[in-house]
Ligand binder design. Structure first.
Ligand code: TEU
Length: 588
């Protein structure tokens, strides 16, 4: 890898500031809290720290900050006061750099907060110079004179994407909350203001790049047309085909590179929902036409979500997951594109709970097995806070009051109204949230077995309830247990990945027995001739696997500490794997 592409070999760790570490006893995580844990991250083997939004947002909701946990920004150049100051951020950048780590920020420029000065001006009058920095449209009227929004699009957080503003008698567009109006990227002046305020300000302070929020929604598609009705329960319909991947997307990203990113050699990882077509993804990440270094493609995290509604739980089987992994591993073969390896972030249920088992007797094995899979895949690896200790979803017994996320709360309210509080319907809603809800990933980080999991000193506890199982699943306990723990295993796998980067980070993927519903066997071939075989059991029962016919395969890592003994004297290519076990072999 050339020095210019340092980010390909990197392992990146995502921090969600509200839930990582509270340093001042207010119950909310903060930047000094992150600073106190940089050595922990270095020790884990992290190369890039990604901090989710820590910018100013001037609203409060429940006892949590902001409307969408900081993805509603009212000033790109200031830090949200409960998190700290710009000086604290400078100290964090320096602390990462001193340890040879990079720091990237979240770039959220599809929308701002409605409290941003730009929007306040835009909203003030139809002839304000910033009026068309946002997207305003006049109402439609039904035959009986009822006022209707310009389209029937459904927002991500329930209800319409349009909010009527009495003051000027027009609607503005918001794909997310009504407090998150969409910026109008068609205006060159708006784009310039975004580059200066949201990007140059921080790049000049030394940040090394950005995770780019909903990067494919700046150009709003093919005009403002009604979406077809696929969910007849509601007026508002899923409409991503009408606003994602619009005609000017690539032009905007080329401009962003020419005007800003190239001057700093900054890395970018774009969030790319609703884009299952590999050719379309390649348009964003092909190195020849520089737009984004890499993207988060959504197939893996969309597993189990409904087509008509995200929270419409769908049954799925292992071949689906294996096929998705294979698809995105093979997508870069023979191209100049690059890919990411991830299965968690702050918007998703925990991987142990979603893709394996969080049953007390299986969750540690599950977490290690998933770690082995991820660490053996080609691409830049992203780990989400708490994944390295195998944190799990919210307990099933928690009621809706324990949830904080605007998406979950609005969904619950919408369904309660729609079903007239039908208990069966509401039970299903809670089940969906317990599997897929974004709050699953937002519980406070479990640092130790003391009160509030060592996340905060505040007597009343954290802004969001701490997981009931924090005494069993926490960092301190796993540090003590060493290599046998989930944390110890992650550390070992990350080290191993770096030692064998030719085959693990850059190798060519090959799947075996792809229709098998219980196990996942794959191989990797490095350009230098090294080969790796990985065998994973995705069930709670014993299963036999057949290893690939590579020459001289030698067992090297097992997710069960005693796998070496089981391997001693093993003959041929067939192995028996225990529940949720993973084994890795090297060959030539
Ligand atoms: O998410 C955008 C997105 O497409 C989804 O991942 C979203 O979280 C949800 O699943 C829609 O149902 C990004 C951020 O990651 C998310 O936290 C923000 O809420 C959103 O953009 C708006 O900025």
């Amino acid at each position: 890898t050339s020095a210019k592409q340092w980010w390909k070999d990197a392992v990146c760790y995502q921090i969600y500031p509200a839930s990582f570490k509270d340093s001042n006893g207010d119950g909310l995580g903060d930047i000094p809290g992150i600073l106190s844990k940089v050595d922990y991250l270095k020790d884990l083997g992290i190369d890039i720290v990604w901090v989710s939004p820590m910018y100013t947002s001037s609203r409060r909701r429940f006892d949590s900050p902001q409307v969408d946990m900081g993805y509603d920004i009212s000033d790109y150049e200031k830090v949200y006061a409960p998190y700290g100051t710009v000086k604290d951020m400078e100290a964090l950048i320096a602390a990462c750099h001193e340890r040879g780590m990079k720091l990237i920020l979240d770039l959220v420029v599809n929308h701002t907060s409605d409290q941003h000065a730009w929007f306040k001006e835009s909203r003030s009058a139809k002839d304000n110079p910033k009026r068309d920095w946002y997207i305003w449209k006049p109402p439609r009227y039904a035959e009986d004179g009822t006022r209707l929004p310009p389209t029937n699009w459904r927002s991500y957080f329930s209800g319409s994407t349009w909010e009527y503003d009495e003051h000027t008698a027009e609607y503005f567009l918001h794909l997310f909350a009504k407090e998150q109006p969409d910026l109008n990227w068609e205006k060159p002046e708006t784009r310039k203001a975004i580059y200066d305020s949201a990007m140059r300000f921080w790049l000049d302070k030394g940040v090394d790049g950005f995770r780019v929020d909903v990067v494919n929604m700046y150009s709003k598609g093919v005009g403002f047309k009604d979406a077809p009705i696929v969910d007849s329960r509601f007026y508002e319909q899923p409409a991503w085909l009408y606003y994602a991947n619009g005609p000017r997307m690539h032009e905007f990203l080329r401009e962003m590179n020419e005007q800003v990113l190239n001057k700093y050699d900054a890395v970018t990882v774009g969030e790319l929902p609703h884009t299952p077509d590999p050719d379309k993804v390649l348009d964003y990440v092909g190195a020849g036409d520089k737009q984004l270094s890499m993207v988060f493609q959504f197939d893996i995290v969309d597993i189990g979500q409904g087509k008509d509604h995200k929270y419409h739980l769908e049954e799925w089987r292992l071949p689906l997951l294996k096929g998705i992994v294979a698809k995105w591993q093979q997508f870069i073969d023979g191209t100049d594109g690059w890919t990411t390896v991830f299965c968690e972030n702050h918007d998703q249920g925990r991987s142990v709970s979603r893709f394996a088992s969080d049953h007390p007797s299986h969750r540690a094995h599950s977490a290690k097995m998933l770690s082995m899979m991820l660490c053996a895949l080609t691409g830049t690896l992203f780990v989400y806070q708490g994944q390295e200790i195998g944190m799990i979803n919210v307990p099933r017994s928690w009621p809706i009051d324990a949830y904080r996320d605007i998406e979950s709360v609005n969904f619950y309210k919408t369904m309660a109204a729609e079903s007239r509080n039908d208990p069966a319907e509401l039970e299903y809603v809670m089940r969906s949230l317990q599997v897929l809800g974004r709050d699953n990933a937002r519980l406070p980080m479990q640092w130790d077995g003391s009160a509030h999991a060592g996340f905060t000193d505040r007597e009343e506890g954290a802004w969001m309830r701490v997981h009931d199982a924090y005494q069993e699943i926490n960092v301190a306990r796993q540090v003590q247990a060493g290599e046998e723990s989930v944390l110890g295993f992650w550390k070992k796998m990350i080290r191993f990945r770096k030692e064998h980067r030719d085959v693990l980070v850059h190798g060519v993927f090959e799947g075996f027995g792809m229709e098998d519903e219980n196990t996942f066997v794959f191989g990797k071939k490095g350009a230098g001739g090294e080969k790796v075989a990985v065998a994973l059991n995705f069930t709670a029962d014993e299963h036999e696997v057949e290893l690939p016919g590579y020459g001289g395969l030698q067992f090297v890592v097992g997710s069960y500490g005693d796998a070496g003994e089981a391997e001693r004297g093993a003959q041929g290519r067939v192995r028996k794997l225990r529940p949720w076990e993973g084994r890795l072999y090297l060959g030539r």
